[in-house]
Design a protein around this ligand. Structure first.
Ligand SMILES: Cc1cc2nc3c(=O)[nH]c(=O)nc-3n(C[C@H](O)[C@H](O)[C@H](O)COP(=O)(O)OP(=O)(O)OC[C@H]3O[C@@H](n4cnc5c(N)ncnc54)[C@H](O)[C@@H]3O)c2cc1C
Length: 538
């Protein structure tokens, strides 16, 4: 039987962004939080390095701002960066108040309580962390607090399918009033109605064959917002993390950037260092530079992987700073205290997304987007390490405050019909889904990866158009499943990435094309506008 629910606020996604919104909303609001898997899920759970914030007396928000602008390669929105970095300390204090235990610094030289690491692009030590499993600490505490709150109802194993809008209901004054949601346990589609909907579904790096992201990162919120008429910003900028563990059994294990921050050296198969030939900052150069250098060397040598070596450091230091990396590598027979780690680059972070303002408001009235799903202008053409969790916290809070300020003047959501399954049947050819999943992720890796060309992008566009048509037909005829929904979203996201990449006639930040190797004088965002753009004020 299909169920129907009504809340004040529907939050789709339970990572750092979704839970920050939920926990900052007034306690008298009825809040639903959906997760595609468990409450503790998403990239948040896997974040290792930490969260950037100005906590040290020698550091300054001006310095954090400048570092972010430099990493963003001329495309950051300065106001958005300032807004984020100025709220950094407050965000960390809030996390601590929610029970997150960050590593402390007991040394005499330390001017403040917490141990801070330094990562690529940061000119100061400003990364607060919980050993090398910061995401687990954040996710765990926020999930525990959410479970304690009587006004927050948690729905696990729920997959948001599509948003419900006034325009779909043929009502005047377009706004978002809910979503259809697949219950993975019952296989029924449920109706969630709400005064406000928040998309916090994370990024879309699963669109690439190799990724550091968990399986849920299929860009669902981005695709849902696009279908509902919202603009997308800078989708061509996908960050590739330079160092994922290369091992046949390690699906997507990332070797945190902090390993390089703490002195890890990148090596060729013959043991020689090479980063100096690409950038004077060597291993501490920004991610895109390092990923491109590794990609270049791997292609030049025909190597399957390169190496990252921290074994010259004291064993206790390594075990103290990188217990998770050490343990995980050891489970594959690699002892990082004694030998280098085999690494490859992998898709890691979606810099672009749903266009929002500083409160997370999208183009569609009553629809917000927060966290990796959103395009706030913070990251520009390249995200600086550890700014992303900070973005989830800062914009999550401002989103909650904006909702709180509007709720009294917002009408109840109108009635909406149940999901109609009368015209579809059970699929008799699931191989279409698995084949298209593989094909899509493979050609995105080969043609729209770290180094692009016009020809490769045109080839990818041709492929994605065919897949789009095939999946649209399949979707219209068969009952929905998690795999089908994710594939449908991935094809949409792939198309958005390809179209954005084709529009950018220059190389900048994470977008590197052999046909236009230099940046243009005047940087501009790539904004894609859907045909059903709502163009109505909030
Ligand atoms: C391995 C790794 C390490 C990282 N390390 C760092 C770091 O050290 N510092 C840093 O700042 N950033 C780091 N990042 C990036 C950072 O973790 C993410 O950008 C951030 O956690 C995103 O949070 P989010 O809440 O937007 O999304 P996520 O944490 O990805 O959460 C998405 C949520 O949405 C749910 N969801 C998705 N689709 C649907 C749907 N259709 N219906 C219902 N629910 C849905 C998922 O189940 C999940 O609950 C790292 C990322 C990875 C992958």
């Amino acid at each position: 039987m299909s169920l129907s629910f009504e809340h004040d606020v529907l939050i789709i996604g339970s990572g750092a962004a979704g839970l920050t919104v939920a926990l900052n909303l007034p306690s008298d609001l009825r809040v639903a939080v959906l997760s595609k898997t468990e409450l503790k899920s998403g990239s948040t759970l896997w974040a290792q390095g930490g969260i950037a914030a100005v906590l040290d007396d020698d550091d300054s928000t001006e310095s954090h701002l400048q570092d972010t602008l430099v990493a963003g390669a001329g495309l950051c929105d300065k106001d958005s960066v300032r807004f984020t970095v100025e709220h950094g300390r407050e965000a960390i204090e809030w996390l601590i108040s929610q029970g997150v235990q960050f590593d402390t610094d007991e040394s005499e030289e330390s001017t403040q309580k917490y141990h801070l690491t330094k990562e690529g692009g940061h000119s100061h030590r400003r990364i607060v962390h919980a050993a090398d499993a910061t995401g687990r600490a954040v996710s765990g505490s926020l999930a525990d607090r959410a479970r304690e709150k009587a006004n927050i109802e948690i729905f696990e194993d729920r997959v948001g399918i599509d948003l419900i809008t006034h325009s779909k209901l043929f009502l005047p004054g377009n706004r978002c009033v809910g979503a259809y949601v697949l219950n993975k346990k019952t296989s029924h589609v449920e109706l969630f109605r709400a005064k406000f909907v928040v998309l916090a579904t994370g990024g879309a790096s699963k669109v690439y064959l190799y990724t550091s992201n968990p399986d849920v990162a299929t860009g669902d919120g981005i695709a849902m917002a696009w279908r509902a008429g919202c603009r997308m910003g800078n989708m061509e900028f996908n960050q590739f993390h330079p160092t994922c563990l290369y091992h046949p059994q390690a699906k997507s294990f990332l070797i945190t950037e902090a390993v390089r921050g703490e002195g890890g050296k990148l090596l060729l198969p013959n043991g020689k260092r090479f980063m100096g030939q690409f950038d004077e900052r060597e291993e501490l150069a920004p991610r895109d530079v390092v990923a491109r250098a590794i990609d270049h060397e791997m292609k030049r040598l025909g190597a399957d992987c390169l190496y990252l070596d921290i074994s010259h450091k004291d064993k206790d230091f390594i075990l103290g700073h990188f217990p998770t990396v050490h343990q995980r590598c050891l489970s594959y027979g690699i002892d990082i205290t004694k030998e280098p780690i085999p690494v490859v680059p992998a898709a890691h972070y979606t810099c672009g997304g749903v266009v929002t303002d500083s409160a997370g408001r999208t183009d569609l009235n009553s629809l917000y987007a927060v966290g990796e799903t959103a395009f706030t202008g913070l990251h520009g053409a390249n995200r600086m390490a550890s700014n992303s969790l900070l973005e989830c916290l800062v914009f999550g809070k401002s989103c909650a405050e904006d909702i709180a300020s509007r709720i009294a003047h917002t009408p109840e959501p109108p009635p909406a019909p149940s999901w109609d399954e009368s015209q579809v049947t059970d699929s008799d050819e699931d191989v279409v889904i698995s084949h298209n999943w593989d094909e899509l992720r493979r050609f995105m890796w080969d043609y729209v990866g770290i180094v692009r060309t016009n020809k490769r992008l045109q080839r990818a566009k041709h492929r994605v158009d065919l897949l789009h048509q095939e999946i649209r037909d399949y979707y219209s005829n068969y009952k929905v499943s998690n795999d089908l929904l994710e594939l449908r979203n991935l094809v949409t996201v792939a198309d958005l990435i390809i179209c954005s990449a084709i529009q950018r006639k220059e190389s900048r930040g994470l977008h590197y094309t052999l046909d236009y190797p230099h940046p243009l004088k005047t940087p501009e965002n790539t904004i894609l506008t859907p045909v059903n753009f709502p163009a109505e004020p909030w």
